[in-house]
Each structure stands twice: as structure tokens, then as C-alpha cells.
Design a protein around this ligand. Structure first.
Ligand code: SAM
Length: 373
């Protein structure tokens, strides 16, 4: 295992002095208006919200929560620091009034958060939201039915290999592939649709699994997505050499399985979509590639992230968050929270992946488990 740098102090990249005290910011800001769509300095509208519901995970994926950092002595956030379900639901209502259409629950491992189905039911009750969840699948077989009954219609399951040895080495807790596959089957049996399978491809670790994964999910009706390995956080020792470009993934699959491109579902969709060209059957499933490194999509990024402790981030690679929990627990009204959100989004200028360089790579960043993958 490579040597890890100690966690660096987090420094803000943008001038947030006017937003340092949330309530003061909303009371002083002239830029805030009534609920409605929010647009940032690059004309990007706020549409999606990712919520990390726990920083804990039952896997120790070598590229995400390596054991030598997230070991038995690692101090996860105490429960009282996490947003309560009522607080999350209240924020989602405010976000929805400002244009959010899609909410993804993530983590850490979201199925480790106790009674997560209660949160799903609360969010489903809000109505009019495309609600989904990203999981490593370990607890999915057990929970799929309760999740579906609570109102979860879609799920994304992370699976980095079909070969059991490769998978166990990647999750680093000796977890077998078969149980994740059982989880996927359980989600389908529970009636979830548009199931997505996410595979992060790391050079020299699991690129040999690209074709087996494409073969396995062809005909399943599921959407298999290959994600370029990203320089999230400070603990995974990321190097550009570790990235397998999406173009190579597609070339590899096309060597055996003919693929044809498909149009995006909507402007700003992060995955480039492909279908199996030798199958007219719409239920054959599809393949997507997410080229976060080689073809950054900051230009169309409509996503905000709510970390476990209620800090709002406007980029996965942000170094500074905005404290919504302080507002919630400081008795701010929904209007004040909405105004704060408007002020944050109005000054958003992030485009980390487009300007990624030797310099940006050295910046301290937030860990994926905290901000939410
Ligand atoms: N525990 C859940 C799971 O495994 O899906 C949700 C959280 S996890 C952080 C969300 C996704 O982020 C997973 O698909 C994981 O593979 C991906 N991920 C983590 N670190 C990554 C990195 N450095 N580059 C690309 N994807 C990463």
C-alpha cells in the first residue's frame, strides 16, 4: 500500500466571507428572491441533490475508504452531528421549492443508516421527486422490499468486478460477489426499475473485468455504467496513470460486443449512453460511461451535495461547505434557508474537473464518504 499523506487542513478556495454566518448572509444579501429556479455564475441551474446519510461503510474499498486511513481507530461523526431525518426532509422541501427534481441518497453506505426506509417514506411523501439511492448492495437483499414499500423505485448498485478474488480484494473486507448479485436480484424482484450497476475502473486492478461485466449484464435490462477513477479526497493516492479512459472501456467492449451510441436522456446527463447493437430488444439493457476525468462535464453540472453534517457543497471537489445545519438548528425559517441556498448557488463558479492540473490535485479535498459519492 502506498504511503498516505496526513489529512490537510481544509481551506476555502472562494471568498465566502459574506456567507460565513448563514443568517447574516441571508439577511444582508440583496441577490435573493422568492422560491424558483436558481442559476449560478455559469448559467447552470440547480436540479439535483445528493445527500450523504452516513460516513460509515461496511466495505473498505481500496480507492475510497482505504483501511490504513479508515481503520478501527478512525473517528466517524457521532450520531448527534448527523442531520436527523426530519431535518433532511425539511431541507429537501426547501430545495424542491428551488428547482430540485432528483434526490440521491448515498454515503458512506446508506443502508447502514438505521431505519433508512423511514427517510425514504418521508421524501416520497413530498412528491414529485425522482428519488434514488446508491448502495454497495451488501444489505440490499435484506432491505429491498422495505425500501420499495417505502417508495424507492430506483437503485444504483456499485459492483467493481465479477471475479470473486478481484472483488474481495477491492472491497477489502472479503465480501463475496454473489451476495451483491443477490441484492440486485432482490431489488428487481421487489419491483424496482432502471437498476443501475456502477463499476469504477482502476488500471491494473479490475480492467480485466470490463468485458465479463458487459457480458453478464447484457440482456438483464439493467444499466451498466463504467466510472473513471477520480481524485476524490486525499486518502486514495490517486494518479492519472490509474485512470482507464472511457474511450478504452468502449473499445474493449466493442472488440467483442457491438455497441451503438444512444442520445442522452436530458441535457447534462453525466453518462454517455450505448446500447447493444445486436439486440433490438429494449430490455437488453444499456451501457454508459462516465468520463469524469477525461471529458469533464462541469459545464452542465446541476448538482449540489449535502454532507452528513448538513454542510452544503456545490462540487464533489469542493474544499468549503456551507452550514445548513446551523440554520436548521438556529431556528431559521424556510424562507431564510431558501434565501441562503439562493445566495450560495448564485455565486457558484466551480469547475474543478475542467481545470484539474498538478496544482488542483494537491489541494485538500473532502472525502467521498463524508460528502457522498
Ligand atoms: N456505499 C455506496 C456505494 O458503494 O455505492 C455509496 C457511496 S460510494 C462513495 C458511491 C460510489 O462512488 C461508488 O460507486 C464508488 O465506487 C464510487 N467511488 C468512490 N470513490 C471513487 C473514486 N475515487 N472515483 C470514482 N468513483 C468512486
Amino acid at each position: 500500500m502506498s504511503q498516505r499523506k496526513p489529512m490537510a487542513t481544509i481551506i476555502p478556495l472562494i471568498d465566502v466571507r459574506s456567507l460565513a454566518t448563514p443568517l447574516a448572509a441571508t439577511r444582508n444579501s440583496p441577490a435573493v428572491g422568492p422560491p424558483g429556479l436558481l442559476s449560478d455564475t455559469r448559467g447552470r441551474v440547480l436540479r439535483d441533490l445528493r445527500i450523504s446519510v452516513t460516513d460509515r461503510c461496511n466495505f473498505r474499498c481500496i480507492y475510497c475508504m482505504p483501511k490504513d486511513v479508515f481503520g478501527s481507530d478512525y473517528r466517524f461523526l457521532p450520531h448527534g452531528e448527523l442531520l436527523a431525518f426530519e431535518e433532511i426532509a425539511r431541507l429537501v422541501r426547501v430545495f424542491k421549492a428551488h428547482g430540485i427534481e432528483k434526490v440521491r441518497l448515498t454515503g458512506g453506505e446508506p443502508l447502514l443508516r438505521r431505519h433508512i426506509e423511514r427517510l425514504i417514506a418521508m421524501l416520497a411523501d413530498i412528491g414529485g421527486l425522482d428519488l434514488t439511492l446508491t448502495t454497495n448492495g451488501a444489505l440490499l437483499a435484506k432491505k429491498a422490499h422495505a425500501l420499495k414499500s417505502a417508495g424507492l423505485n430506483r437503485v444504483t448498485v456499485s459492483l467493481d468486478a465479477l471475479d470473486d478474488d478481484v472483488f474481495r480484494a477491492m472491497n477489502d473486507v472479503d465480501f463475496p460477489v454473489a451476495r451483491v448479485l443477490e441484492g440486485i436480484d432482490a431489488a428487481e424482484a421487489a419491483g424496482m426499475t432502471s437498476i443501475k450497476i456502477n463499476m469504477v475502473v482502476k488500471r491494473g486492478v479490475n480492467e480485466s473485468e470490463i468485458l465479463p461485466m458487459a457480458r453478464r449484464f447484457k440482456g438483464s435490462g439493467h444499466i451498466l455504467r463504467f466510472i473513471e477513477y477520480m481524485d476524490v479526497g486525499n486518502t486514495n493516492g490517486w494518479r492519472m496513470d490509474d485512470v482507464v479512459p472511457s474511450s478504452e472501456v468502449i473499445r474493449t467492449i466493442r472488440g467483442e460486443l457491438p455497441l451503438a451510441p444512444i442520445d442522452p436522456n436530458y441535457v447534462g446527463e453525466v453518462a454517455e449512453r450505448w446500447r447493444y447493437a445486436d439486440s433490438d430488444d429494449a430490455t437488453a439493457g444499456e451501457i454508459g460511461v462516465v468520463s469524469s476525468v477525461t471529458r469533464a462535464f462541469c459545464r452542465d453540472c446541476t448538482r449540489a451535495r449535502l454532507a452528513i453534517d448538513g454542510k452544503l457543497y456545490t462540487c464533489l471537489f469542493a474544499t468549503n461547505g456551507y452550514d445548513l445545519r446551523a440554520l436548521l438548528r438556529g431556528n431559521a425559517s424556510d424562507d431564510e434557508i431558501g434565501d441562503f441556498l439562493s445566495a450560495v448557488w448564485a455565486q457558484r463558479a466551480d469547475r474543478y474537473s475542467e481545470i484539474r492540473s498538478a496544482n488542483t490535485r494537491a489541494l485538500p479535498k473532502i472525502e467521498m464518504s463524508y460528502i457522498g459519492g
